[in-house]
Design a protein around this ligand. Structure first.
Ligand code: AMP
Ligand code: TRP
Length: 331
């Protein structure tokens, strides 16, 4: 049986990825490269929807690629590339924009959230068309599966709709992809605000665990995490959102079941439990941090790895685009 094509992308909007990205998406990337034909991209063009100092953006693109490799995304097993190195992404995005309804794009909840938060002045058209560029990222590679967090489900639905629409209007060119969402790891919440998703847009970083945080900082963030009334380590998302979130994190990294962890901490206080979660997290993140540093010390090598990926990606993407242009009647 031929390998399935997998594609995913992540934005280089911050210096460090966080635990939510890691558990909600990136760990799956590493697993999936083993048995699939995986394409992974750092979606730098999507990041332009947020105005960023060019020097800072450049560093973040490199840091993002370095962290992916440090996590275990292996350029010899998959195709790792930078979105802007493959011009077909923008070219297909335009074609798809022309078959997307205005209202359809306006219904994207991420756009509604972001534009509400940013206000009219900071809402650019790029933010509106963002999911259509994402659809192009996916359809160009004829992906079968798109591993993403739960919050991306709607964008993958739109991708499927646009792919099907193009296929029936013009020509059966696109493979229709499926979202692949790991339920148990789907949502990691903020340590200070455990009913809200862990996100870099949080008011304070004290509840956000960054992959590149020093171990002391990680420990401090867990120690000062918000917990709940009572003193029992029990999973109860409604009644005990803080403890439940910590249990989810521990379980995801240690591989132990929630129940086993509850039993392990029966009769012990929140303090012991928080330290134990921190320990599990630090053991996971320390090697990632070290490897990222090493890679950043040799940017020329990093860029060369990425250009190999870009070459492979361009071959696939330009073929799809050629077929699309022909099907549209472009000469
Ligand atoms: P972002 O950088 O927030 O756009 O997220 C990048 C990827 O990580 C997406 O696939 C998200 O769905 C996933 N992700 C982000 N935050 C979380 C979270 N708190 N829990 C689980 N997955 C997340
Ligand atoms: N919008 C995605 C996110 O915020 C990032 C992304 C861009 C993506 N292009 C993609 C994810 C293609 C999967 C496939 O996480």
């Amino acid at each position: 049986m031929s390998k399935k094509r997998v594609l995913s992308g992540i934005q280089p909007t911050h210096d460090s990825f966080h635990l939510g990205n890691y558990l909600g998406a990136l760990k799956q990337w590493v697993q999936l490269q083993e048995d699939n034909d995986a394409f992974y991209c750092v979606v730098d063009l999507h990041a332009l929807t947020i105005e960023t100092d060019p020097k800072v953006l450049q560093k973040r693109i490199l840091l993002s690629a370095a962290q992916l490799i440090a996590i275990g995304v292996d350029p010899s097993k998959c195709t790792l590339f930078i979105q802007s190195h493959v011009p077909a992404h923008n070219q297909l995005a335009w074609v798809l924009e022309c078959i997307t309804g205005f209202g359809e794009a306006g219904r994207m909840t991420q756009f509604k959230d972001k534009s509400q938060k940013g206000g009219a002045d900071r809402t650019n058209v790029g933010l509106f068309t963002y999911p259509i560029l994402q659809a192009a990222d996916i359809l160009l590679y004829q992906a079968d599966f798109v591993p993403v967090g739960e919050d991306q489900r709607q964008h993958i639905e739109l991708t499927r709709d646009l792919g099907q629409r193009f296929n029936s209007k013009y020509k059966e060119i696109f493979n229709i992809p499926q979202a692949q969402i790991i339920k148990s790891l789907a949502k990691i919440n903020d340590l200070q605000e455990p009913t809200a998703k862990m996100s870099k847009s949080a008011a304070s970083m004290s509840g956000v665990i960054e992959l590149l945080d020093a171990p002391e900082i990680t420990l401090k963030k867990f120690k000062s995490s918000v917990t709940d009334d009572g003193k029992e380590v029990k999973f109860d998302e409604k009644g005990k959102p803080g403890i439940s979130n910590l249990l989810t994190i521990h379980s995801a990294l240690s591989g132990k079941s929630i129940e086993a962890i509850e039993n392990e901490f029966a009769g012990k206080g929140y303090g012991d439990f928080k330290s134990a979660v921190a320990e599990v997290v630090i053991a996971e993140l320390e090697p990632i941090r070290d490897r990222t540093k090493q890679l950043m010390d040799d940017p020329a090598e990093l860029v060369s790895l990425l250009s190999t990926g870009a070459k492979k990606a361009n071959e696939v993407a330009s073929n799809t685009l050629k077929e699309v242009y022909a099907a549209l009647g472009l000469i």
